[in-house]
Design a protein around this ligand. Structure first.
Ligand code: KG4
Ligand code: ZN
Length: 359
């Protein structure tokens, strides 16, 4: 089954064709990073306006022309959560295409997209259930237990910022640019320091929640003190602070994840979302896994970095995997509205802590 998928929930416009939820025939992403670097973060109105400009050119780059879409089986689109203006561009374009091509339209939850990004370019039996999955991005920081596909038990989440958001804010304080995660990673590549041993939020508590606001304030205080004493931060100061911050965040993400996997007797451990592109996070998870009795073969990060950050291939994967009967469960366009609200409320219920059976 070939699915044409579109993702436009934040500042990336992406189209992809995915076969049977895992073979990526093509995936194009137009990132607005350079645009939002000027403001140090995403301005929703600006993001939506640029999606309008980019939507069709990115699709054409993928398929050449609309005629080439005729032999796809369905269209999948991110319906939320995300920036409303940005989402609407993807949804409207997908709806129009579905109507024109007479194809079913499959609504996909953005976080489910991130979760199933781990199935891309892998054999379906590689990832064994039950599993725990950490979805960690600019807007989300959730830890789920999954007994099977489509079932999510929220074990923990952030009490304030998502880790990606913390990376972006700290990078702004250090004047490193946007997005902060990759900027910090580039700055500290091959660097190591024990000058700063920043506190790990909620350390030592028997819970799976996260909090990064204390760490963020500590970084801000450190920067202010240096500025008071010496005027400006040197490159060395920035490296030391960035290294200490990256270490504190990735260690706490890895610790909670491994603890949850151990407690829940998980057979697989998955990490997804933009922050899963972090080499430091991957290194901590693999290192800690051994201490908790897990093998490296039980740990899954998206196969390619481009499947960690927002992309349409993950939406095509989720559309197929979550609904093995995707064609049957796909909806007529006129029936889209109730399905959108159901799709959103189904994940929201999972987020409030209960186990929820998927569609
Ligand atoms: O999943 P994503 O593309 O968009 C959201 O759904 O939010 O995630 C973007 C986030 C940004 O906050 C960015 O700083 C972070 O992912 N990120 C990283 C890395 N690459 C992207 N954080 C840490 N290390 C990275 N290498
Ligand atoms: Zn995302």
């Amino acid at each position: 089954m070939r699915i044409l998928a579109v993702e436009s929930s934040c500042d990336d416009m992406s189209w992809a064709i995915v076969e049977d939820g895992r073979y990526v025939e093509g995936c194009e992403v137009f990132s607005q990073e350079l645009l939002h670097a000027q403001t140090g973060g995403v301005v929703p109105e600006v993001a939506a306006r640029h999606h309008i400009i980019q939507s069709i050119p990115v699709l054409k780059k993928l398929v050449g022309g609309v005629e080439q879409c005729k032999n796809i089986d369905a269209i999948a689109v991110t319906v939320g959560p995300g920036l409303l203006g940005s989402l609407l561009v993807g949804i409207s374009t997908a709806q129009t295409l579905a109507l024109f091509l007479k194809k079913p339209l499959i609504p996909v939850h953005h976080i489910e997209g991130h979760i199933y990004a781990n199935w891309l370019e892998r054999e379906p039996e590689e990832i064994v259930f039950p599993l725990v999955v950490l979805t960690v991005s600019g807007g989300h920081n959730d830890l789920y237990y999954m007994e099977k596909i489509g079932h999510y038990e929220l074990l923990g989440h952030t009490l304030d910022d998502a880790a990606g958001e913390a990376f972006d804010k700290v990078a702004r304080v250090l004047e490193l640019g946007y997005p902060g995660g990759p900027a910090i990673e580039r700055l500290v590549e091959g660097f190591s320091s024990d000058v700063y041993n920043f506190p790990k939020a909620l350390k030592g508590k028997e819970i799976y929640d996260y909090s990064f606001s204390g760490l963020k304030s500590e970084i801000r205080r450190t920067v202010e003190n240096i500025k008071k004493e010496r005027g400006e931060l040197t490159l060395q100061d920035k490296k030391e602070i960035a290294y200490g911050f990256q270490k504190a965040v990735t260690e706490v993400l890895a610790e909670r994840l491994l603890k949850a996997a151990y407690d829940k007797k998980a057979k697989s451990i998955c990490v997804s979302g933009g922050v899963s592109a972090s080499n430091a996070l991957s290194a901590h998870v693999h290192r800690l896994a051994a201490q908790f009795g897990f093998a490296s073969s039980q740990i899954f990060f998206p196969k390619k970095k481009m499947y960690s950050t927002d992309n349409a291939a993950m939406i095509g994967a989720a559309a197929f995997i979550k609904r093995a009967d995707a064609l049957e469960s796909a909806v007529e366009i006129c029936a889209l509205t109730p399905v959108l609200s159901y799709t959103l409320s189904s994940m929201d219920t999972a987020s409030s802590g209960s186990t929820k059976s998927g569609t």
